[in-house]
Design a protein around this ligand. Sequence first.
Ligand SMILES: *[C@@H]1O[C@H](CO)[C@@H](O)[C@H](O)[C@H]1NC(C)=O
Ligand SMILES: *[C@@H]1O[C@H](CO)[C@@H](O)[C@H](O)[C@H]1NC(C)=O
Ligand SMILES: *[C@@H]1O[C@H](CO)[C@@H](O)[C@H](O)[C@H]1NC(C)=O
Ligand SMILES: *[C@@H]1O[C@H](CO)[C@@H](O)[C@H](O)[C@H]1NC(C)=O
Length: 398
Amino acid sequence: MGSPRWKRLCLLVLLGLAFSLLFYGHYYGAESPTSPRRPQQETLQLPQAELPQDTRSHHLVGESASKRGNQTKDSSKEESAYHHKEKSSLCPRSLKSKVKNDPTFGKQFDFDGPVLMWNRHFTSEMWKKLKERGVPYGWRGLPQAVISSTLELLKNAANSRLFNETTSPDGCVRCAVVGNGGILNGSHQGKEIDAHDFVFRLNGAVIKGFEADVGTKTSFYGFTVNTMKNSLIAYAEYGFTQIPQAKDIRYIFIPSDKRDYLMLKSALLGIPVPEGYDKGDKPQKYFGSNTSAEKFKLLHPEFMYYLTERFLKSEIINSQFGHLYMPSTGAIMLLTALHTCDQVSAFGFITDNYRTFSDHYYELEKKPLVFYANHDMLLEAELWKKLHQAGIMKLYQR
Ligand SMILES: *[C@@H]1O[C@H](CO)[C@@H](O)[C@H](O)[C@H]1NC(C)=O
Ligand SMILES: *[C@@H]1O[C@H](CO)[C@@H](O)[C@H](O)[C@H]1NC(C)=O
Ligand SMILES: *[C@@H]1O[C@H](CO)[C@@H](O)[C@H](O)[C@H]1NC(C)=O
Ligand SMILES: *[C@@H]1O[C@H](CO)[C@@H](O)[C@H](O)[C@H]1NC(C)=O
């Protein structure tokens, strides 16, 4: 194509690959007898042996823009179960009104579709539809038994929504989403972050020693099993030795692989993972001893599809690495918050001046931000900037 943007992207992808390979080499060079076979890397990394190549490609390309909820809604008798109900907010300054009045974002956002998946969504129509699409947008190549036995355990009303109606006096649910970007080092945003009703964190969310900058409160922890386990390995040296655990923490599973369904099911049952890549893993090690269904949330593959189509449809999708692409964990959490909360502030997310900062806030020496081939961080940066400029969310910048 020859356009500068295209060239930049190619470069990016190649750079990302190079970095991944470098890290791979570095990682395997390092002594680490207990570590599993994965390098730290936020890639999908589907075990090739487990899934044939074609199930790994997401095939966003060529599918028509998603009409979120449409098809499924028609086929679902449980309309109220499908739509989540936090929508009719009493908050006078909800981001929804800002979105509605914005010429661009008004067309992109659809607040009526599902964000989370729970057992009532698992209809034969849903199966038929999602088995045509690869992860994380569907279930192609995944055994129906794994999907159905997992989803049937998500039968608590708490599995259908992130949180209950607000108890805030003004009726506004205020959320902070905390990425792990170096911009937070020395930011003193801890108090500000903790002042929100709900705080979302993800992956290698180191807190100890950084309370003043990132706060201490955690309401939601978002991850894929792959990114979670990689974070425990890669950031152990910075003190990330355990997934945040507390009575009030809820875990948001991103359905990026069969592994996520198997781990979720095992967590809900309180048993070791019975098969596959994580066989034998005890979910309690990650999520604590409370296996109550309320603790666990699963993002809807339709939501994954919608947010990628509408907000982060990267040119990488059309490249040879298209099958690896998906939005970053941070992006998925931030978009989740934007579709459920009334007010959203993003901390530790990529900004224009990202080169000024280290990759993560907890590194002791400055490291450049790593661009992996499977994410489009510059596209994400553009989105956050535009959402900030439109007044839809507040992006922490310095
Ligand atoms: C819903 O989908 C049908 C086809 O599946 C289409 O004809 C209709 O226009 C869609 N409606 C909306 C509101 O998107
Ligand atoms: C949560 O919401 C449900 C219905 O929306 C309601 O019955 C319940 O009392 C609310 N509060 C709590 C703490 O569950
Ligand atoms: C388990 O977690 C749920 C949800 O946070 C909570 O309501 C329940 O009290 C917890 N149970 C125990 C035994 O801590
Ligand atoms: C974090 O901030 C401190 C003090 O502001 C600085 O000395 C240190 O170099 C920073 N760390 C990184 C990785 O940039």
